[in-house]
Ligand binder design. Structure first.
Ligand SMILES: Cc1cc2nc3c(=O)[nH]c(=O)nc-3n(C[C@H](O)[C@H](O)[C@H](O)COP(=O)(O)OP(=O)(O)OC[C@H]3O[C@@H](n4cnc5c(N)ncnc54)[C@H](O)[C@@H]3O)c2cc1C
Length: 290
């Protein structure tokens, strides 16, 4: 099986070794120094060249915003169908796929008729594993041949979030607030706890709709899908659209005045009570111990 890796010019040996161990040799890497920062057409062009050269049976990519964009452009170039958000694939003609639909509330069984299936893998389908120590691995390198037109669409700038805070997608701990927080100002206690835990702040759509937090903080079907070690939900009822963003969370602690709220019934740990008392009490306890 051929595995294509996109690197940012850094040493690919660790990733290559992990992939080689999991899927078998050979591992093929494309070094993208010439196309940084993000230029989706050039990545699609490179992928197409490499896939043709290797006669790849299929091309996989992570189902991130960038992965989906590059693969959509590859699909358009190659005139092939793209199946996005897959959680399982059985090779064959046609390939049998299971895809996440409707924000994760539906699993679709599909058949993909294509000489070269193009597939993106839904976020958090495969858990992140610590890679082995880097050792020498046989990495075939390709030199990309790009056209000027491939570089027309590219990221011109990267603006870091103003608060410089922890990103929701990579956070190990998330403290999230819902309508129960009561107001924009009410998030001060959520932020304080998050700051102590080195956590990201998240929220429900009720909160973004009320203008208390930016949309970038929203967790759920139409927000960010998260996979923290611990998700602390404060005053969030647990509507299906919110839960769709939590499938990757390892542990959930719910704080809610209603013990029958869906999130309370789906959490690993619950505290029934007023979050305006419970959250500061947790914060005070952590301060005492640190
Ligand atoms: C197409 C579509 C997409 C959507 N996408 C998303 C999405 O991506 N993310 C998302 O979150 N929602 C999404 N929604 C909205 C979703 O259906 C819910 O309306 C929303 O999640 C509710 O937010 P909430 O839990 O904060 O508010 P509520 O449902 O009003 O819940 C508030 C909770 O706070 C508790 N509470 C109140 N006061 C306190 C207190 N003092 N202490 C402790 N607990 C208290 C209450 O008991 C209640 O459980 C979507 C809806 C649609 C139709």
């Amino acid at each position: 099986m051929s595995v294509l890796i996109l690197t940012d010019g850094s040493d690919a040996s660790r990733q290559a070794l992990t992939l080689a161990r999991r899927f078998g040799d050979p591992v093929h890497a494309v070094h993208m120094d010439a196309v940084a920062p993000f230029a989706p057409d050039s990545l699609a062009a490179i992928l197409q060249q490499v896939a043709d050269e290797l006669n790849a049976a299929a091309v996989f990519a992570a189902g991130t915003d960038r992965g989906n964009e590059v693969m959509a452009r590859l699909a358009a170039r190659a005139g092939l169908p793209l199946a996005a958000n897959c959680v399982a694939v059985t090779p064959g003609a046609p390939a049998a796929l299971t895809r996440l639909r409707w924000g994760g509330s539906l699993l679709e069984e599909a058949r993909l008729h294509s000489p070269r299936p193009l597939i993106t893998v839904a976020p958090h389908t495969v858990s992140i594993e610590e890679g082995p120590e880097p050792i020498d691995v046989d990495v075939a390198r390709f030199v990309e041949e790009l056209d000027e037109r491939d570089l027309l669409v590219r990221a011109s700038d990267h603006v870091a979030p103003q608060d410089g805070g922890v990103s929701l997608t990579t956070a190990k701990v998330i403290v999230s607030g819902g309508r129960g927080v009561g107001s924009k100002e009410g998030f001060a206690i959520i932020e304080e706890l998050a700051g102590l835990l080195g956590a990201a702040v998240g929220c429900s759509r009720a909160v973004t709709s009320a203008g208390w937090r930016p949309h970038s903080d929203q967790v759920g079907q139409t927000g960010t899908k998260v996979a923290p070690e611990v998700y602390i939900a404060c005053g969030i009822s647990g509507a299906t659209q919110h839960m769709a963003g939590l499938k990757g969370a390892k542990r959930i602690l719910a704080i809610n005045s209603d013990p029958q709220a869906p999130l309370m019934l789906n959490a690993d740990y619950t505290v029934t009570g007023d979050l305006k008392e419970v959250v500061p009490a947790i914060t005070a306890e952590i301060r005492k111990r640190t």
